[in-house]
Design a protein around this ligand. Structure first.
Ligand code: SF4
Ligand code: SF4
Length: 445
């Protein structure tokens, strides 16, 4: 995304840093180019500076003070999805995700943009993500917008598409919001079905808790059915993943410290997460707080206890008896599960245990759908190109439903399918496992 103002070049500190964040990892790149074929933006645009290797070169040049943050540089860096597909294939172990997040924090420091943009960022990153109560009020207002028929009217008349700025993109992505009762927080404790295996803590998330509370309830039920008592601390808030992704480094640090503090109070064997971006981010708290002597050790310990829900459940076979779920599904790998946490087999192994379920492999299953945090709002054109590619691949499978494991992917793929007139549900993995547990009638909803 280009901004109107030009600011002075980055001043390199000791070592290679951007926004005070170490980017020495750029020197690990041996320029082999093996990552190029895995990069969605390079595949779409074919330009070196929109490839991982090109962006690493830009980040290194910035950190060494050889270039400044001109419009083109900002554009190339902003077009990156932070999907980390390049990390998966890199033989030199370049920590690309950390590098691009440092670069984004530097962009925000040097080029915060005009007042409306700064306000919008504060509204999202500061007010809504930072204060769960404010988020609940906002979602309540949006629910009213839907229930009153105003949304249907704006969509029917085409006015929704003419909303200013990124509001049109926000509006198009808005899912059908749950009622106040369905937005109720998860109980602080969900008892384990006997025989009890132990106790886990669960991140209920910020947006996840109010928009996809059903996924949280399904997660707790599946864990409980498999012998785990589930503790959901009511005082938890946002983990800071979206802030870090969007270059809002200071708030991301504060949210990480708060999350650690809240979960340290729960004596649990693991912190289970059902949103991929949050899980990948919380597993990186150790690196995020490495330079803070008061928090470094606590952050490392906490990060080691974080588990994606699929990775956690797949360790043991699912407890039966399992109810058949008779349908054909295809699985989309969220970037921050498959690339951010290197979890590829666990969700497939779990789906394979569900009787009656047929799973067909999705072509380019680990290719980003264009959601990527708030990328579909800040880079709608590229996000749409990637979404079209994803939807075309889904259509090729003949599946009756798409299964994935991240709210952003669910919203994005749902919107893409809707636009192309395909009436396929997009389910979270835990919803399928929950149906197999027998409490919800099987089959597409
Ligand atoms: S694969 Fe790794 S080492 Fe090779 S160009 Fe890409 S980032 Fe650099
Ligand atoms: S994170 Fe994704 S979009 Fe960005 S350079 Fe790597 S592969 Fe390309």
């Amino acid at each position: 995304m280009a901004h109107a103002t030009t600011a002075p070049a980055a001043v390199p500190g000791p070592g290679l840093t951007l926004h005070g964040l170490g980017v020495e990892g750029v020197n690990q790149c041996v320029h082999c180019g093996l990552c190029l074929a895995s990069c969605p933006t390079f595949a779409e645009l074919g330009t070196e500076m929109d490839s991982p290797r090109g962006r690493i070169f830009l980040i290194k040049s910035l950190a060494e003070g050889r270039i400044g943050l001109g419009d083109r540089t900002v554009e190339h860096l902003s077009l990156c999805l932070d999907c980390r597909a390049c990390e998966t294939v890199c033989p030199a172990g370049v920590p690309y995700g950390r590098l691009i997040e440092a670069a984004r924090a530097e962009i925000e420091r040097q080029r915060p943009g005009p007042a409306p943009r700064r306000f919008f960022r504060w509204l999202n990153f500061g007010l809504l993500l930072g204060h769960p109560r404010a988020l609940r009020v906002a979602v309540g207002g949006l629910r009213l917008y839907q229930a009153s028929g105003l949304q249907a009217l704006l969509r029917r008349t085409g006015l929704a598409r003419r909303l200013p700025g990124t509001l049109a993109a926000w509006e198009a992505l808005l899912p059908s919001l749950p009622s106040a009762a369905a937005r109720a927080p998860l109980p602080a404790v969900t008892r384990a079905a006997p025989p009890r295996r132990g106790r886990v803590a669960m991140l209920t998330g910020c947006v996840q808790a109010v928009v996809f509370g059903a996924h949280n309830r399904a997660t707790a039920r599946v864990l409980a059915r498999n012998g785990w008592e589930v503790v959901a601390p009511p005082e938890q808030g946002c983990c800071g993943a979206l802030n870090a992704h969007g270059g809002d480094h200071a708030r991301a640090l504060a949210m990480a410290r708060r999350t650690i503090e809240v979960f340290e109070r729960v004596a649990a064997e693991a912190v289970v997460v059902n949103t991929s971006g949050c899980g990948a981010h919380m597993k990186a708290y150790g690196e995020l707080l490495a330079d803070d002597p008061a928090w470094a050790e606590r952050a490392r310990r906490f990060a080691a206890s974080v588990r994606d829900v699929a990775e956690f459940l797949a360790v043991e076979p699912l407890r039966g008896p399992l109810t058949p779920v008779r349908m054909t599904v295809t699985y989309h790998d969220p970037c921050h599960v498959v690339h951010g946490q290197k979890i590829r087999r666990a969700p497939r192994d779990l789906l394979a245990q569900v009787p009656g379920l047929r799973v067909v492999e999705l072509p380019e299953a680990d290719w980003c759908c264009g959601s990527a945090g708030i990328y579909n709002l800040t880079q709608p054109e590229m996000a749409d190109r990637l979404l079209r590619r994803k939807v075309a691949n889904v259509a090729r499978t003949g599946a009756q439903a798409v299964v994935t494991a991240n709210p952003g992917c669910i919203l994005q793929i749902q919107a893409g399918l809707r636009t192309r007139g395909l009436e396929l549900p997009v389910l979270h993995l835990v919803e399928v496992l929950d149906r197999a547990g027998g409490e919800v009638p099987p089959g597409p909803r």
